[in-house]
Write a protein that binds this ligand. Structure first.
Ligand SMILES: Cc1cc2nc3c(=O)[nH]c(=O)nc-3n(C[C@H](O)[C@H](O)[C@H](O)COP(=O)(O)O)c2cc1C
Length: 202
């Protein structure tokens, strides 16, 4: 069993999304002995934005690529291979400006790839990634699951649409929400950990 763990927050040990996802990873290790966890820390090792060379290579059939295009697409292919090789995915991230932090969006731009993770066919667009569970731990200063700011949540609809588009329709969202109030942050984190404890994994 291979778990791909993506971490986004720049806040290190103080990151609430990382603290909650750490709890989830510990549960995986406890419940599924021998699980292998690969961590890709997008803060420590940011994903480069797509360049003209990468986009050009992505839309050129592999056997028609020039040596430069083969070189340009290598890292993108590595990210796609890593995604396809995993049995389960964990993403922990803050909400930034109501949506995905740009480094997470950069990862998305690499892994949503025609011919590799989705296809155009006579029936239209089709996700090519075999179904696997994705756990998304998202931390936000405000509360978006309900209340006056619910309509501002462009994170959850966006990540669900992106993952669903490539075939990943089984997405469990774990919110760590309301971290902006220092007096309740411990409660907010405890609520997220309680939700994790209640999950039946996979
Ligand atoms: C650049 C930036 C943008 C942010 N945008 C939002 C936002 O749109 N909505 C919100 O509720 N909180 C926002 N926040 C607050 C973070 O989502 C919040 O502090 C979160 O708990 C951080 O998670 P972390 O501790 O895992 O990094 C933003 C913070 C930063 C630094």
């Amino acid at each position: 069993m291979k778990l791909l763990n993506l971490e986004v927050s720049p806040n290190g040990e103080n990151s609430s999304s990382r603290q909650a996802s750490r709890h989830l990873l510990e549960k995986f290790e406890k419940d599924i002995p021998g699980i292998s966890i690969t961590t890709r820390d997008l803060n420590a090792h940011p994903i480069p934005h797509l360049t003209e060379a990468v986009v050009g290579a992505a839309f050129t059939p592999p056997d028609a690529r020039t040596p430069d295009q083969q070189e340009a697409i290598k890292f993108s292919d590595e990210l796609v291979d890593e995604l396809l090789a995993s049995d389960v995915i964990v993403i922990s991230t803050p909400m930034w400006n109501f949506g995905l932090p740009s480094v997470l969006k950069a990862w998305v731009d690499h892994i949503v790839r025609a011919g590799r993770t989705f296809s155009f066919s006579s029936e239209g667009l089709k996700g090519l990634v075999p179904t696997k569970k994705v756990y998304v731990v998202v931390s936000s200063g405000g509360v978006f699951s309900e209340g006056p700011y619910a309509a501002y949540d462009h994170f959850v609809p966006s990540i669900r649409a992106i993952l669903g588009f490539i075939g990943l329709t089984e997405v469990e969202i774990i919110r760590v929400e309301g971290t902006e109030n220092p007096t309740t942050i411990a409660d907010v984190l405890a609520a997220a950990k309680a939700k994790i404890d209640s999950l039946k994994l996979l």
